[in-house]
Ligand binder design. Structure first.
Ligand SMILES: Cc1ncc(COP(=O)(O)O)c(C=O)c1O
Length: 398
């Protein structure tokens, strides 16, 4: 058949080659089945608090149903700047804050600023799969550097030499999510400083995904942030959003802090990508950034901390499972002795044990034996249900 006759002839091969990630593949087997305890997605079981829902409802009733500005409402952008003032003690200029849509779209927008076909992104992994799928969509290459489990010190270890050696002359940015998904690893100030110095020397960017920034199990209000050490001139893109800390995954609203030089370009990009975020959702987001929202974040942190304890207690009685106790986020990346094919195992668990977990292989690097010996659970769940989910997992070990 001629190229012209083929229905797919106009479509880029990189797009046709896309496959659902392992989380999608497994969850499709039991989505909506009430008998399955779902620990597979990156969300808690908490409904968005009423004061946020009410603010959005009021906005709808007040007719906030029109286009509302390319990069988000000025009041919301200012509230985000003030949020950083509260939690980090540093306030980025509002001109550097844009809301293209959800955090996922903020990330895609950052990548669009950086990646052309043939360029690469160096990614600290295991990692949330959408990042490498987004790079592939743009025709870029993913280069993975895996954190290593240090079981003795009970911590994840990033080898900075390995990270820097992975950068080539086609590297446009280093991607680092801290606190990390699925590891819960938190980058230290020293590590961030070394990465920023390296990026400055090489003229490459840093994409810092900080969507779990305030979900840390320490005294800090926020994990160490690149915003605390970078200037407005640095090639720094910080991704953040309302989904996780405010229980707003379905709202699809997040933000990007970007270099000052992008002020004008962002107007154009945000219009081209989404013509701004959802109008009434922004009123909910504005309410989330109030004192009431700060209180809710504290409750959310306590709720997830309780979930972390439940997993820790349960693991203490297990012989074949272990984890590096996460310092942040709400995931357990559980290593299971004897597990070699996490996708097959997680798929089988849906039917045989009625528990939904994400296969470790979904988080990369591809074909990594260490990740394939793991499953990820989200522990931001009702403690009783979480315990029951863990029990089911424990009764169905490979
Ligand atoms: C590290 C990381 N970044 C970004 C996102 C996306 O967040 P949102 O749902 O707000 O688009 C997720 C969601 O799981 C994530 O884990």
């Amino acid at each position: 058949m001629s190229q012209l006759g083929s229905p797919s002839s106009a479509i880029r091969p990189a797009i046709l080659a896309l496959r659902p990630n392992g989380i999608g593949a497994v969850s499709s087997l039991g989505l909506g089945d009430p008998s399955v305890i779902p620990l597979w997605f990156g969300e808690t079981d908490l409904v968005t608090p009423a004061f946020i829902r009410d603010a959005a409802k009021r906005a709808l009733d007040d007719g906030k149903t029109f286009y509302s500005g390319a990069r988000g409402m000025p009041a919301l952008r200012q509230a985000i700047a003030d949020f950083y003032g509260r939690v980090l003690g540093t306030t980025p200029d509002v001109s550097r804050i844009s809301l293209p849509g959800a955090a996922t779209l903020a990330l895609v927008t950052a990548l669009q600023c950086l990646i052309e076909a043939g360029d690469n992104l160096v990614i600290v992994s295991p990692v949330w799969p959408s990042i490498f799928q987004a790079v592939t969509q743009l025709g870029g290459e993913n280069r993975f550097v895996r954190l290593r489990e240090d079981w003795k010190s009970q911590s994840w270890h990033l080898d900075l030499d390995e990270l820097f050696a992975a950068c080539t002359d086609r590297t446009k940015a280093i991607f680092i999510a801290s606190p990390g998904n699925p590891t819960g690893w938190v980058a230290s100030r020293e590590e961030q400083g070394a990465i920023l110095d390296f990026a400055r020397r090489r003229g490459i960017a840093v994409i810092a995904d900080e969507v779990y920034g305030t979900l840390v199990y320490s005294e800090r209000a926020h994990a160490p942030s690149f915003l605390e050490i970078a200037t407005s001139e640095d090639n720094l893109f910080v991704i953040n959003g309302f989904s996780k800390a405010w229980a707003m995954t379905g709202w699809r609203i997040g933000w990007l802090v970007h270099p000052a030089v992008l002020d004008r370009s962002m107007d154009v990009m945000c219009i081209a990508n989404n013509t701004g975020p959802t109008a009434f959702a922004q009123y909910g987001a504005l309410a989330a950034l109030s004192v009431e929202g700060d209180n809710f974040r504290a409750q959310m942190r306590a709720y997830c901390a309780r979930g972390r304890e439940v997993v820790d207690e349960w693991l203490a009685a297990q012989n074949r499972l272990r984890w590096i106790r996460p310092e942040g986020a709400f995931y357990g990346f559980l290593q299971i002795e004897g597990l070699h094919d996490s996708l097959q195992y997680a798929s089988q668990l849906v039917h045989s044990a009625k528990v939904g977990v994400a296969p470790g292989s979904a988080f990369g690097p591809p074909h990594d034996i260490a990740s394939d010996a793991c499953v990820r659970i989200c522990f931001g769940q009702d403690p009783e249900r979480l315990r029951e989910g863990l029990e089911r997992l424990g009764r169905a070990l490979p």
